[in-house]
Design a protein. Structure first.
Length: 512
């Protein structure tokens, strides 16, 4: 985009080294809105317009919302039943699967051909092979139903092999050292045209937890692999899921505490999609090892997506070298995305990390490759700490408001390195036009208070449809060689009161 420019005949190197004590006069002039321009790289160059009080208040409110929503997700998770509460020593019944028949020894379960129905809360030990059969849980009483998978192989050609119709809480506990599998068919048979459930190999209308030390393979050939209409939690096991749509779906919430999870999905890898209740529809990744390959989004939350730990390797849409027609993001949140820990590797055809609202990064190690934006949020991004390496992107970091307080950030972009913009994302005319719609904000700015930032951009290095304020940190910009871009490109002004800035690039749109 064309802004205030200084046309030079040679490539310009702008080197600004500020000590705070030497910049108080500059800060004062910036507040008053004065403007100074120079074409000499040896002089102090300031095009000053500090963000207004309204901008600061907006950023503070954004941070407050981020904290509140994240706390809601954590508190809701703490209130869920977990595997620590379950006593598996008192087994109500032993269920043995014998091909086309089922044997029940004990109480609380009834077999009818290849279908066994559990109608009482309790612990049920299940083993054997079941051909074209079903385990149904339908209890009227309160209490946990625990299914001890002790080496099971369950298939069903026309419905969900595991179907929880009604229960308080259901636990699928994978017995240590066992291998278990659940597979459905590609065509379900429903009683009428209005019925569309169950629609996953493991389907639950109520809270579902999978834990234990065994292994489980789920093949979802009809739709999803695992789908819970309430809360879904994974807190153990080695789980492999192959699904023609979503891998694991928890409508109200999806929480991963631990376990080794491998997902190959033709839809989303992990998803929570309750869009009717503000406090639901969230995903929390607190630990575990996740390796997700998805045609669409790897992990999607309708409201809040929080990553506080774990090792994540995510590939979407075929990877960053592929142009995706549909949403194929690595991490995606509808309202707020919070990262406080973990080791995250993403290779995405679309944005690697994306929020339709706000985002905060406070810790974690991120290695990102993207066919579009490395990190994108419609409203605001705040980076406090962490190690971020964006090896490939169209635009590295993009939002209406970007605040960087710390961290080690290194990025490569084929267009702008760090881009502050609002409204429709019309700047992406050479990349992925129309993919991102920004929130309706009146003030856009980039504020750098600390950290180490290295930008290697073929477009503008730091590009702001608004103002840039630098109060600390180290910024190195290896800018473009084409004359229609520059290492620094801003609309509203540039104010510097501290830190170190080195900007190298074309003089065609040089600003200082």
């Amino acid at each position: 985009m064309k802004k205030q420019t200084l046309t030079l005949t040679i490539v310009t190197i702008v080197l600004l080294l500020f000590a705070f004590s030497a910049c108080r006069a500059t800060q004062s002039s910036a507040t008053e809105g004065t403007t100074t321009e120079t074409s000499s790289s040896s002089n102090l160059a300031v095009l000053a317009k500090a963000p207004t009080d309204t901008d600061v208040i907006t950023a503070a409110n954004t941070a407050a919302v981020t904290e509140t929503v994240a706390e809601t997700a954590v508190e809701s998770t703490a209130n869920q039943s977990t595997s620590a509460n379950v006593d598996t020593s008192d087994v109500a019944a032993t269920i043995t699967l014998n091909g086309d028949a089922i044997a029940v020894e004990g109480s609380g379960a009834t077999a009818n051909g290849a279908i066994v129905t559990i109608d009482t809360a309790g612990v049920y030990r299940i083993s054997g092979t079941l051909n074209n059969g079903q385990i149904v849980v339908e209890t009227a009483d309160e209490g946990d139903v625990v299914l001890l998978f002790n080496g099971v192989d369950i298939t069903n050609d026309s419905s969900a092999p595991v179907y929880v119709r009604n229960a308080d809480n259901v636990f699928i506990t994978l017995v240590d050292g066992t291998t278990n599998s659940v597979t459905d068919g590609s065509n379900y048979v429903f009683p009428d045209a209005e019925t569309d459930e169950p629609n996953a190999a493991i389907f639950s209308h109520d809270d579902l937890t999978i834990n234990g030390g065994g292994a489980l393979t789920v093949n979802g050939n009809y739709n999803h692999g695992i789908y819970g209409k309430d809360d879904v939690e994974i807190s153990g096991g080695t789980i492999t899921i192959n699904a023609v749509n979503d891998g694991i779906k928890g409508r109200d919430s999806l929480v991963v505490q631990s376990g080794i999870i491998t997902i190959n999905a033709e839809g989303d890898g992990l998803q929570s999609n309750n869009d009717e209740e503000a406090e639901k529809g969230y995903v929390l990744i607190a630990g575990g090892t996740l390796n997700i390959t998805a045609a669409e989004d790897a992990i999607q939350a309708e409201t809040v997506l929080t990553v506080s730990g774990g090792n994540l390797v995510l590939t979407t849409g075929g990877g960053s070298s592929v142009s995706a027609a549909d949403s194929a993001k690595g991490l995606k949140a509808g309202v707020d995305l919070v990262i406080t820990g973990g080791d995250i590797v993403i290779d995405a055809a679309d944005d690697a990390i994306h929020s339709n609202g706000t985002m905060s990064i406070d810790g974690a190690t991120l290695q990102l490759a993207s066919g579009d934006d490395g990190i994108h949020a419609d409203a605001s991004i705040q980076i406090n700490s962490g190690t971020i390496n964006i090896s490939q992107s169209y635009e590295g970091i993009e939002s209406a408001i970007i605040i960087i307080n710390g961290g080690d950030i290194q990025l490569v972009a084929s267009d702008d390195g760090i881009n502050v913009a609002g409204g429709a994302d019309s700047s992406a005319f050479n990349g992925r036009p129309g993919q991102n719609q920004f929130a309706d904000l009146s003030n856009y700015y980039l504020q750098i208070n600390g950290g180490y930032i290295y930008v290697d951009a073929s477009g503008d290095g730091l590009d702001a449809n608004g103002s840039i304020e630098m109060n600390g940190g180290v910024v190195l910009v290896n800018g473009p060689t084409a004359n229609n871009n520059g290492p620094l490109d801003y609309d509203g002004g540039f104010s510097m009161t501290g830190g170190y800035l080195v900007a190298v690039g074309s003089a065609g749109m040089a600003q200082a």
